[in-house]
Design a protein around this ligand. Structure first.
Ligand code: ADP
Ligand code: MG
Length: 771
């Protein structure tokens, strides 16, 4: 023990010396100057004292005040300085991958170190950390997974849960677990960090834990609503022309300016929108939904700011990647904005692999205006200091769940007032700013105060699986302890569904299938489809279909050419009568067209969205990596091994049905083969329900057969044609055995060990006598 103590002491001294050395580098000296100006810096001592004296602490403060980059840093500095470096092991959770990386690398450079030394990050499938790492940024999901093996988090000294005000489902879940853990780990410190929203609620949840508020400073930000925007442009012209009425050259300029402005906003027929809104009977938020119009309006507003406002970066809030890339395209072909020497266009989206740090945060070269086009990730996770103009579309993608109809969807919806204020605040970091709200004031007034927490508006299947894999006992009673517990009906629906898909048994315990699904962070139905596809060697088509289901349908439905679009889709489906097979064939044809350099034309002719197809390709890669991670795909073995039956439509359909079950419909057609449809109850829908995925098939079949469409009650009902689902049912025991063996031996080789099940499946599929 003495030798160990001596060793520890030596390391502690080394750590301190290194910390001092880091501080002496020129860049970290310069950064220290910046750090000291952050509001958080003034509360350093108060904060450290509160951490020392309390097990739980809530810190709230305006976005950008230095919570994420400074508070964990204060702790690590203090611990290393007092020669406790070896005992110090801090975890700070982030809701998004991209912010975990961005913050970790920022702090490393503030400390004059390389990323992965004392400060590192870990996100799913990617990490930069070392033996030396004492402060780890990770996604909330990563910490939750770690809790499976380390329920008490032995060795962790501090946990900081960031962006807690966002009320993400993972964070809400994590704090239930941590609240239960604290009494068993009296030495563990928990710090909850939130923007200036609802700090009291978290404090109450943790037995009135103390709150530290970091007072922030932001410059005033003028608010321009849609109606003001139009008037403002007129007003500017009027006042200018008064001032310069004597100057004819100036007046000519003004006249030109007026023409351009009128032109700018002419394309955007806002008046008709106001009229439609006023005449609608329900003056609710839904009555204002000019989605098509939004982007032209955004474009016009950017152009307006660039032409007539002072210097300063512009931050545009849109709802998702699709809109961002559409707007980028629009801007590139815009005669004024398309000039790439004058404008630095930067997209910022949570699913971007990494962000171009420098460009986003730094001031652009002189004579260039920075325009960042972002999703709500720029609302509080990432702060860009030099933003002076915010353009807010007022919407964000949000999941909503309807417990009665058991449906969830991910749709752009109006943000809350709290978010709207947050977005506005982004414009006043360095000087007074302007926030252009591309919606009328009446809409703002109708916005809810706060957004509903995610746990109350989403499907709970994945959460329920996680509760089981963390061995947290009865699902319903565990969830009753949440900050705002979900509706018991939603919880029951989720449990029922997990039982039906075979992830939970009758006693609500994990089955072997459920066990593997826990380690796949995707919707359980999609996860099941992927696992089965790996075993039954038809992975490639399953990846494509899963990508479309998890993201969205690549087929676009132009209103005026709907019949042509339907025909294009139908020709892809061939005689499979399946909309999933249609999208599979479409994707394959797109890949082919892309290789031949005729992607654009192909998409145009076949009513496909290139953006969605590209996103699907990215998701396919992501799914592959996840499957490799849990040992269901061994690339070293060659992808062929996993695709032996990829061209076998019967096999693919079997896997599809087994995966999506019970959201499968059977449509009977007398005489001929049976066609089936799936009603996806997952997320990522552009229509309200996935049932509308291919409404035309639906109507077509209903009208041709004259028979009703019925919801299937169980696997066996699906045996009408070649018994694809009976197959899965019959093989269930063997499958379970295989999956169980895979738990016991994670190295188990699926292609060779699964041979028996696959052979049995093929025999069944080829046996015409099976009923
Ligand atoms: P909070 O967590 O309170 O919102 P942060 O700690 O994230 O605040 O940010 C504090 C300051 O550090 C902000 O002014 C922000 O712009 C700056 N900052 C954060 N990350 C970076 C980075 N990667 N590069 C440059 N500046 C950054
Ligand atoms: Mg932060």
């Amino acid at each position: 023990p003495l030798a160990l103590d001596a060793l520890k002491e030596r390391i502690n001294i080394e750590l301190r010396d290194e910390q001092h050395k880091g501080r002496d580098t020129p860049s970290s000296k310069e950064m220290l100057g910046l750090r000291e100006t952050l509001p958080a810096y003034k509360l350093k001592h108060e904060f450290l004292k509160a951490v020392k004296n309390n097990q739980v602490l809530v810190v709230s403060g305006e976005t950008g005040c230095g919570k994420t980059t400074q508070l964990p840093q204060f702790i690590i500095e203090e611990e290393i300085e007092s020669l406790r470096g070896t005992e110090c092991n801090i975890i700070c959770t982030q809701p998004r991958r991209i912010s975990a990386i961005s913050v970790a690398s920022r702090i490393s450079s503030e400390r004059g170190e390389n990323l992965g030394e004392t400060v590192g990050y870990q996100i799913r499938l990617e990490a930069k950390r070392s033996e030396k790492t004492r402060l780890l940024f990770c996604t909330t999901g990563v910490l939750l997974r770690r809790l499976v093996h380390e329920p008490e988090l032995i060795g962790v000294s501090h946990i900081l849960v960031d962006e807690i005000h966002e009320r993400g489902i993972n964070e809400d879940f994590l704090i239930i677990i941590l609240r239960d853990l604290l009494p068993h780990r009296p030495d563990l410190r928990l710090i909850l960090m939130s923007a200036t929203i609802n700090a009291e609620m978290f404090s109450k949840y943790f037995g009135n834990a103390p709150i530290i508020h970091i007072p922030g400073f932001t410059f005033p930000v003028a608010e321009v609503f849609l109606e003001d925007l139009l008037e403002k442009s007129c007003y500017n012209i009027k006042s200018d022309s008064i001032n310069f009425s004597g100057n004819s050259r100036r007046r000519r300029q003004m006249d030109q300016k007026k023409d351009t402005l009128t032109e700018l906003f002419e394309e955007v027929d806002i008046d008709s929108h106001f009229k439609a809104y006023r005449s609608s009977t329900r003056r609710s938020l839904d009555a204002w939904s000019p989605s098509q119009l939004d982007l032209s309006l955004v474009e016009a507003t950017i152009e307006y700011v660039c032409q007539y406002e002072r210097d300063g970066a512009i931050l545009v809030f849109l709802t998702g990647w699709d809109e961002i890339s559409k707007l980028l395209d629009k801007i590139k072909s815009n005669s004024f904005l398309g000039n790439s020497n004058k404008f630095l266009l930067l997209p910022l989206h949570g699913s971007m692999p990494t962000i171009n740090q420098r460009e986003i945060f730094e001031r652009p070269p002189s004579n260039m205006r920075k325009i960042v086009i972002a999703t709500n990730i720029a609302e509080s996770s990432i702060t860009i200091n030099d933003v002076v103009f915010v353009i807010d579309c007022g919407k964000a993608k949000e999941t909503s769940y309807d417990a009665l109809n058991k449906l969830a969807c991910l749709l752009p919806s109006w943000i809350s007032k709290a978010s709207a204020l947050q977005r506005r605040g982004r414009a006043g970091r360095v000087q007074p700013g302007v926030c252009y709200r591309l919606y009328p004031r009446i809409i703002y007034d109708a916005m809810p105060q706060y957004q509903l927490p995610e746990i109350l508006r989403t499907l709970l299947q994945e959460l329920c699986l996680n509760i089981k894999s963390l061995q947290l006992g009865n699902i319903a009673s565990f969830l009753a302890k949440a900050l705002q517990p979900p509706d018991p009906l939603s919880v029951q629906n989720a449990i029922d569904l997990l039982k039906i898909i075979g992830a939970l048994d009758d006693t609500e315990e994990l089955t072997p299938l459920g066990h593997h699904l826990c380690s796949l962070p995707v919707d359980p139905n999609i996860g099941k489809m992927l696992l089965l596809a790996s075993i039954f060697q038809c992975l490639d088509p399953a990846l494509t279909i899963a990508a479309a289901l998890a993201h969205r349908d690549p087929f676009v439905l132009p209103l005026n050419r709907k019949e042509e679009a339907d025909e294009a889709k139908r020709s892809f489906a061939g005689d499979s009568y399946s909309d999933h097979i249609a999208l599979l064939r479409a994707f394959e044809a797109w890949q082919h067209a892309k290789r031949n350099g005729r992607e654009r034309q192909f998409c145009w002719e076949n009513f496909l969205s290139p953006i969605t197809l590209q996103m699907m390709e990215d998701m396919r890669n992501q799914f592959c990596r996840l499957l490799s991670d849990i040992g269901f795909l061994n690339k070293g073995r060659g992808l062929k091994e996993y695709n032996v039956y990829s061209e076998d439509v019967e096999m693919v359909c079997a896997i599809l049905c087994a995966g999506l079950y019970p959201n499968v419909l059977q449509c009977k057609r007398r005489g001929k083969r049976t066609a089936f449809y799936s009603k996806e109850v997952g997320q990522g829908l552009d229509q309200h329900i996935r049932l509308c995925f291919a409404p035309f098939w639906w109507n077509l079949l209903a009208s041709q057969t004259g028979e009703g469409i019925e919801m299937l009650g169980g696997y066996l009902h699906f045996s009408a044609s070649k018994s694809v689902l009976q197959l899965i049912q019959k093989l269930r025991w063997e499958l379970d055995k295989l999956l169980q063996r895979k738990i016991e031996d994670p190295e188990l080789d699926i292609p060779s060990e699964g041979k028996g099940v696959v052979a049995a499946a093929i025999e069944l599929l080829n046996n015409p006598n099976v009923k």
